[in-house]
Write a protein of this length. Sequence first.
Length: 811
Amino acid sequence: MFLLTLLVTFMSVFHSCSKNNNLHVYLPGDIMIGGLFPIHQQTNRTEDTVHSMPSFRFNIQMLLRTQVMIYAIQEINQRSPRLLPNLTLGYDIYDTCGDVSLAITAALQLLTNQSDPQKCLIPTSTDSSSPQPETKVVIGERYSEVSIAVARIFALPSVTQISYASTSELLSKKYKFPTFLRTVSSDRFQTTAICELLKYFSWQSVAIVGSDDEYGKYGTDSLKKLFSDNNICVEFVEILPGDFSENSKTAGDLIEKINVSTAEAIIMFTKDRNVRIVLEGVIKQKLNRTWIASDTWSTSPEISKIEGIESIGPVFGFIFKQNDVPGFEEYICSAFNGSTKSFLSHCQLSQINFEDDTECNCKTSSQKIRKVNISVDNTNIYFNKNGDPSLGYDMVFWNPSKSKEGDDIRKIGEYWPNEKITFHEDFSQWRKKDTVSAFNCSSRCKPGERLILKSGKCCYGCISCAPEEYSLGNGTTCTHCNETQYSPVNQRHTCVNKTEEFLEWTDPFSIILITIAVFAIVATVVIAIIIGINCGTPIVKAIGSCLSFVEVTSLLLGFCTAFTFIGKPTPNSCVGIPLFGISFSFCIACILANLIQILHGFSFDPSVSSKIKRLNQPVAVVVIIAGVQVAMSLAWLLVVPRSPVKVPKPTTILHQCSMSEDSSKFFAATIVYNSFWGFVCFIFAFQGRQLPDIYKNASLITVSMVLFLIIWIVFLPIFLTMEGKYKPAISSAAILISCLSILGCHLAPKCYIMLFRKELNNQNAISEYIRKHYERKEMPLCSMRLHLSLSTIHVRSTPHILPVAHKLCLY
């Protein structure tokens, strides 16, 4: 009943806010203490207040705070012995209505003619014969944006301002607000406390609702930075405008965001009037979430008693450390006692005559207040260099009330700056640490999995780690295995050693290549023996005589290089391709020298014969062509030698010979060089395919060169694009086929004749074949004799043709 009386009385004293009224209570004294309290709060900020009076809501909490100030001053004045001998404290308390403009007006009223910081006495007003005492300290205001505005005014005459609720971190900047102090901690500690709460419950996603004022903006920015540093995902941030109302589009959009949000907690860091609008919309939509309240509304009775508030879900909040004021409750009860008379006596304007003016130095006063360090009711009170106290926070939790509508608010823990959150024992069982909230859309990953963004901004699901990664579970990322290890598909929680990969000797492909190479080597040795036995016969002379042994030796070396591509690469085995380039260049050079001999022997055109004669130098041809390739291969081996390298693959380590950019150039040069001379051989052989050659040298060489060119045209794209252990096998196969094409087309048919067609391996058979050839051409013998006589010198260069020419000239 006494609270109802108190409310009616104060409503009669603090009239409805208007820009034409000075809303305040006043008690004269030797030293005046100003007060700024938002006892009324404007509710319809979007309405036109120029042509109509705005509506205000009465705030009983602010009313009680003014009474605490009045009670404290009264205790100082009435205590015996006197705390301030010969001095009486007075107060001048204004209702700011939470409005910056009204607060500035009140501040100017408190500081009338106090522009001199060294002489802060208020001169006698024009309508009074008594001097006005000075205002030395101002208590207030509640809201940070209002305190920031009036703090700039109070700083001019160095009047100390002490706020009881403004928490904006901006106010800690002394170079901007040198005379501002407060009895509550900065928002920096409050935002840290909120972050610690999220970490305690292992919540990974939040939403933040702030407001377009100093309190909301600085608090929101501080939260975002803290969450970023602690890997807490912010799903969305909503900054409410100054004209925010329940009918605004912003309100509807915000409710929709909350409806679809998967945030584990929604932080409301804004004024209580904004919170009320939002929560009323949440109740209408029947939404249930976890909420975190800032100090502005964490203990608000108006919000906690909203109809249906118990349905919105758990609410955690932070309030400043508070102690009960001894005797205040008795003071309130006795002050009214069913009557307003005793209370109104405090509110009458009276005048007191002073014998002497009491001077004050405002700068000195401010400095002394900042040095205060006292203990009251086991609470140590002092200000740090930023004017902030050392007090912590109590954490509260809203419990649905069983006896009445609304929520009961109870303390469940506390937070001290630079420490961890501690919960009371009775609450610690309500939720265990690491519990995931009902709205957590992120999964806890099993061993071998990691989190990945699924939908929205903070929703994560689990996927398996990559083959080169592993995880032990409950982690957000996978850890890389080292280069020699990987994680199997069904064992992504560990790393195992990779298997070494190369073309093993037991591989089926290797066995095929080895079999072919051994067969080719044996065949080459047999052919060499046959050629050696028949060294003086016409057929051996027809394939180049001594050059045939060079050709056989080069083919034998080519077949042997096929083995260098099988097995684990070593520095010695990586010389396979350069060695093949050398061996094959000797082989092609011998074939080309043999073709030049054939063309020279059967050329009856003197002009053509003279040109071929200059080329008919077998040893020089072989030395020059092979010598260039030998020099190129030696440069390759000396400048950029191929060496064994390990190439990490997902599950294996591939052993192969390196192929750097410079090495690739030598490789390309080797292939192009041998292919060029192979093409030249093809041209010469194609030109001599109609000559009367009983052994078909030119025709068979044409076939072998075509096979060689086709093989390497097909091989190159495959070699350049293929990866894996079978890449060397392709090289080995290409070398074997190239050498076999020459062995089978050029040398093997000659051995067949030497073994099974010996009748063709004599001079008579050759002359008869040539005679019949020209008879088929219907070429007169006398003409042929003439040509032969003119080309006797040419015949000398082809020994097996010389006897034939003599016989033909006898006809």
